[in-house]
Design a protein around this ligand. Structure first.
Ligand SMILES: CC(C)(COP(=O)(O)OP(=O)(O)OC[C@H]1O[C@@H](n2cnc3c(N)ncnc32)[C@H](O)[C@@H]1OP(=O)(O)O)[C@@H](O)C(=O)NCCC(=O)NCCS
Length: 173
């Protein structure tokens, strides 16, 4: 199976919503209470609003054999807003491949730093990617408060020889 990272297309809206729900319920569910998970990823979504948010950001999808198994993005404000991987594809480098692409595209767009509000679940992965914790926060989602972390990373500019401190370019063997 080949992992392909490509730009989000309008037809990916439904698949990215399914990945989001599966990742929140199947993976983040180990770190947050049931009512927090239900508020974060409810059973139904306003499809037009969801599609609009994906299209408004610079969104990238990860595909295995043409099936969307993950997605990530960055906004014009320099926020990496979303990083979600289907639990069935977890632990195989999908998030790393997505974040590698997002950092490259953000650099090309002129960003010098990317920020993320990382979940408890995603914090170790962002640390592996070289992000550092700037603080903790409580996010209000659907009437629930969810603890997460303000994290950020310096973005490697095109033509620069140096990678951000802590950035590991390849998976250890
Ligand atoms: C966090 C998430 C995106 C990671 O996706 P993934 O495809 O399984 O991640 P990868 O396989 O690319 O692993 C990324 C790195 O983080 C490390 N990592 C991931 N989870 C870890 C953990 N709990 N503890 C330690 N290291 C961890 C991996 O070992 C890997 O390191 P390496 O590349 O140096 O070997 C996925 O688990 C997910 O969707 N979680 C739920 C949704 C969520 O919380 N999203 C973030 C919202 S801000």
């Amino acid at each position: 199976m080949t992992l392909v990272i490509r730009r989000y297309e309008a037809a990916d809206a439904g698949a990215t919503w399914k990945v989001f729900r599966a990742a929140v319920h199947g993976t983040a569910g180990r770190d947050y209470a049931r009512e927090q998970i239900e508020a974060w990823a409810p059973p139904t979504v306003d499809e037009a609003r969801w599609a609009g948010r994906r299209a408004a950001a610079h969104t990238y999808v990860a595909c295995w054999d043409d099936a969307v198994v993950g997605f990530s993005d960055f906004t014009d404000d320099g926020l990496l807003d979303m990083l979600f991987v289907d639990p069935r594809a977890g632990g195989r480098g999908v998030a790393r491949a997505l974040v590698t692409r997002v950092l490259r595209e953000a650099a090309a767009a002129g960003h010098r730093r990317l920020h993320v509000h990382a979940s408890i679940t995603a914090k170790p992965a962002f640390e592996r990617f070289g992000f550092a914790v700037d603080g903790t926060r409580l996010a209000e989602v659907g009437g629930q408060q969810l603890r997460n972390f303000d994290m950020s990373i310096a973005v490697r500019q095109p033509g620069s020889d140096s990678w951000p401190a802590g950035w590991v370019r390849s998976r250890p063997s």
